[in-house]
Structure formats: structure tokens, C-alpha cells
Design a protein. Structure first.
Ligand SMILES: [Zn+2]
Ligand SMILES: [Zn+2]
Length: 267
């Protein structure tokens, strides 16, 4: 009886996250075309017709591109907060009333044996929120698309078995890069995305002895590299005496289904 998950895709070209327990199969965001979503599920050998529902983090297209199509194809309920519904409703196409559910920010909702907690993040969307998943004493935290990591967020996501955590850009690469200044300012600001360095600093505060697995997520294609992200975050963790292998995510390929272990691997 454990949680298993896969980061199906991560990055500004499209995001999707899958998590399952014995009883439940949940998708968070469907930011790629319906066809690509099917392909990603195929790669991890999960049948999307067996999903129980889709949770939405926010209305940016890299999180909802395939949402309407996918929900219609498999007749799935969608859960999002009221402001996110208002912001995305017109772009989803036709959905039936029994496909639309409200999941408020800063609330807890049970999906079978998975308890999902939502929490707000500072990001330039209507009411962006991310989630932690609890089942059988295990905890998985999904945290991307945030401008900065507040103490409140840290408190909510601390002490998890596994993290999918944003490491969006290398500040120097972004500064030197070709983006116009207003875009740079957005990314670097409190409502944009978290840098490698800030990601490392936040992780150093929130991980605990029970943390076994970290995936660095939502890497910028232009302003980051997998090696650089891992190295930067690793260095900050090492300075705090934390040694943990960091795992990559990819915009095109899913991470293998990972089963949260009940055994503590670190001391
Ligand atoms: Zn976003
Ligand atoms: Zn995003």
C-alpha cells in the first residue's frame, strides 16, 4: 500500500503529473495535446481510462493545453478552484456539469485513500495552487511555478518522502540570455519562477530524514540545463550536510513510475 508517481512531462512546453495508490489514480494538469498525453501514459504503462480525476494547478497553457480534450475522451472529473475555473472555462470546450468540481485553495480533500492538500503559490495566474498527497503515512509534494518559497509553503510541504520541486533557471544564464528585459524581470520576480539556487535553499530547509527522492522540475529550456540544475542544488544541499541524489524530469519523456519506499534510506 504505497504511493507511486511519475512526472509525465515538466517544463514550459507542457506539464503533467500522475500519482496512484491502491484505490486511486489521479492526474495533475494536462498541459500537452491529448495525443501526447496518451503517449506519455502509454510509456508508463498506465491506462488513462482508469483515471479517477484531474486536478488543476492553474490556467497557464503549459498546464491545461490538453485538459478539455483529455477530460472529454475519458469522461473525467476536473478539480480546480473557483478563480482558476473562471480563467480557463472558455478554453476547455464543452464539459458536462458532473465533470466540474471546485477544490478550494488551502483545503484538504480525500480521493479514496489519498488525502490531497492544496496550497497557494505566488505566480502570475488567477489563483495558482499546488498539492501534497498523503496516503498510509507517506507524503509526496508537488511544487512548481512559484515566484518564491514562502514560510507558509515550506511548512505545508516539509518532511515529505518525495518532492517534485521547481528549479527553473540559472540566474546567470537568464541574465545573459536573449529574453527581453520585461520577460527576465517576470521570471526573476516574486511571481515568476524559482531559480536553481533558491530551489536548493528551500529544499535544504524542508527536507527531512524521511526524504528519499527529489525530482527537479519545470526547467527552462533556454536558461537552464539538467546538469547545471542538479549541480547547483546539490552544492547548496551539500553545504548543509545533506547528501541526496537528485533526479531529472523532462519536457518530452515521463520519469519511470516511482514507488515511495516505506524504508528510511537516509540517516
Ligand atoms: Zn504558470
Ligand atoms: Zn508552468
Amino acid at each position: 500500500m504505497t504511493l507511486r508517481f511519475s512526472v509525465l512531462a515538466s517544463g514550459s512546453t507542457g506539464n503533467a503529473f500522475y500519482i496512484e495508490s491502491e484505490q486511486q489514480r489521479l492526474l495533475v494538469d494536462a498541459g500537452l495535446s491529448g495525443k501526447k498525453m496518451d503517449g506519455l501514459f502509454g510509456e508508463i504503462d498506465v491506462d488513462p481510462s482508469r483515471l479517477d480525476g484531474i486536478l488543476v494547478t492553474h490556467e497557464h497553457s503549459d498546464h491545461i493545453k490538453g485538459l478539455g480534450i483529455f477530460a472529454r475522451k475519458y469522461n473525467l472529473p476536473i478539480y480546480a478552484n473557483e478563480k482558476t475555473w473562471q480563467a480557463m472555462d472558455n478554453s476547455l470546450g464543452k464539459l458536462t456539469i458532473d465533470q466540474k468540481f471546485q477544490f478550494d485553495m488551502d483545503s484538504i480533500r480525500s480521493f479514496g485513500d489519498i488525502e490531497v492538500e492544496s496550497f497557494g503559490v505566488s505566480h502570475d495566474a488567477a489563483e495558482p495552487m499546488f498539492y501534497t498527497f498523503r496516503s498510509n503515512g507517506q507524503k509526496v509534494a508537488l511544487v512548481t511555478d512559484l515566484g518564491y518559497v514562502s514560510e507558509r509553503i515550506k511548512k505545508t510541504v516539509e518532511d515529505a518522502d518525495a518532492y517534485i520541486f521547481e528549479a527553473n533557471h540559472d540566474v546567470e544564464m537568464l541574465r545573459m540570455g536573449r529574453y527581453p528585459w520585461n520577460v527576465k524581470r517576470r521570471i526573476l520576480g516574486d511571481s515568476g519562477h524559482v531559480s536553481n539556487e533558491d530551489s536548493g535553499l528551500a529544499l535544504a530547509d524542508i527536507i527531512s530524514n524521511r526524504t528519499k527522492r527529489i525530482y527537479l522540475a519545470h526547467l527552462s529550456l533556454d536558461n537552464n540545463m539538467k546538469d547545471l540544475a542538479r549541480m547547483s542544488v546539490n552544492q547548496i544541499l551539500a553545504e548543509r550536510g545533506i547528501e541526496l541524489e537528485l533526479h531529472d524530469t523532462d519536457p518530452e519523456a515521463p520519469t519511470p513510475l516511482y514507488e515511495v519506499s516505506t524504508v528510511t534510506e537516509r540517516v
